[in-house]
Ligand binder design. Structure first.
Ligand code: 13P
Ligand code: ZN
Length: 282
C-alpha cells in the first residue's frame, strides 16, 4: 500500500495503550529488515532518517526506497523525518514524499521553539502531513546532536507548546538519552503520567536503545505511543557484517554480509515490536 502518515497509527496506539515502533534506517537492508519484521508481526511501522543520514544519501532516495517497499507491503508504513534541524530540510522531506516530519527546536528558548515548530506545522498541515515537535531535551549523542544533560519537560510549557505550535505529536524529555547508556537512566515515569493527563497529543519516547524491556513497557503503560530505536539497530547490523567478515575473510560479495546483517536487524526489530505491543495491530 502507499506510504501512510503517522496520524491514524499514533491515534490508534494512544487509544489502544500500545506504542508504534519507529526505527532509524540507513540503507536498503535495514529498510527491508524493518518492513519484513512488521509484515511478520502484522504491525504498523514507522521508518525514519536523521539529518546526517539524509546528508549521506538524500531524502529523495530514502523516501523512494521506503515507498517502494511500502507499496509491496500489506501493513501501514510511514516515512518520518527524525530530528529535522531546519525549516529547509523539512521542506525538502515534504517535497520528496515523507509522510511525517519532526522539527526539533528543543534547544531553543520556548518562544522560538514554538515559532519554528509552528512554521513547519503550518506548511505540513496544509499538505496533510503531521508534525512531531520536541520540548525538554533527550540527552546523549545522536547524529551531530549532542546533549550534555537531559532536560525534563516542564508540563506547563508542554501545554503551551501543544496549544500554540500546531504540532501533532510531542517528543518529551523524561530522562532518556540517545546512544547506549553509560549509566542507568534516571527515568521520571511519574512525569509521563502527569504529561498524559495534561496533553491531548500522542507522546514520543526518544533514546530507547539499551532501555530494558520493562522500562519501555512502563513508559508505554503511562502514555507513550511512539518509541524511537536507532543505535541498537546500527550496532546489530554492523555486528552481522563483522561476524561474516571475521568468519569468511575472503568474502567480497556485499550480499553475503548484507543478508546476515539484515537478518539480525529483523530479529531485533521483531523483539522491540513485541515489547511495544504493536504486533497484530495492522
Ligand atoms: P537511540 O539511538 O538511543 O535508540 O535513540 C533513537 C532516537 O531517539 C532517534 O530519534
Ligand atoms: Zn531521537
Amino acid at each position: 500500500m502507499p506510504l501512510t502518515t503517522t496520524r491514524k497509527m499514533l491515534l490508534d496506539a494512544q487509544a489502544g495503550h500500545y506504542a508504534v515502533g519507529a526505527f532509524n534506517v540507513e540503507n536498503m537492508e535495514m529498510a527491508q529488515a524493518i518492513i519484513g519484521a512488521a509484515e511478520e508481526l502484522r504491525a504498523p511501522v514507522i521508518l525514519q532518517t536523521t539529518p546526517s543520514t539524509v546528508r549521506y544519501a538524500g531524502t529523495g532516495l530514502y523516501c523512494a526506497m521506503v515507498a517502494e517497499l511500502a507499496r509491496e507491503a500489506s501493513v501501514p508504513v510511514a516515512m518520518h523525518l527524525d530530528h529535522g534541524d531546519s525549516f529547509e530540510l523539512c521542506v525538502r522531506a515534504l517535497r520528496d514524499g515523507y509522510t511525517s516530519i519532526m522539527i526539533d527546536g528543543s534547544k531553543l528558548p520556548l518562544q522560538e521553539n514554538i515559532a519554528l515548530t509552528k512554521r513547519v506545522a503550518d506548511m505540513c498541515n496544509a499538505a496533510g502531513v503531521p508534525v512531531e515537535g520536541e520540548i525538554g531535551r533527550v540527552g546523549g549523542k545522536e547524529d551531530d546532536l549532542e546533549v550534555e544533560n537531559a532536560g525534563y519537560t516542564i508540563p506547563e510549557e508542554a501545554v503551551r507548546f501543544e496549544k500554540e505550535s500546531g504540532l501533532f505529536s510531542m517528543a518529551v524529555g523524561v530522562g532518556t538519552a540517545h546512544g547506549f547508556y553509560k549509566e542507568k537512566p534516571q527515568l521520571n515515569k511519574d512525569l509521563i503520567v502527569t504529561l498524559r493527563g495534561m496533553l491531548a497529543s500522542p507522546m514520543v519516547l526518544h533514546g530507547a536503545s539499551g532501555l530494558s524491556d520493562d522500562d519501555v513497557r512502563d513508559c508505554i503503560a503511562r502514555g507513550i505511543c511512539k518509541v524511537n530505536f536507532a543505535t541498537e539497530l546500527r550496532a546489530a547490523y554492523t555486528e552481522g557484517v563483522k561476524e561474516v567478515l571475521r568468519e569468511t575473510p575472503n568474502v567480497f560479495d556485499p550480499k553475503a554480509y548484507g543478508r546476515e546483517a539484515r537478518r539480525r536487524v529483523t530479529e531485533l526489530v521483531k523483539s522491540r515490536m513485541l515489547v511495544c505491543g504493536c504486533d497484530g495491530k495492522a
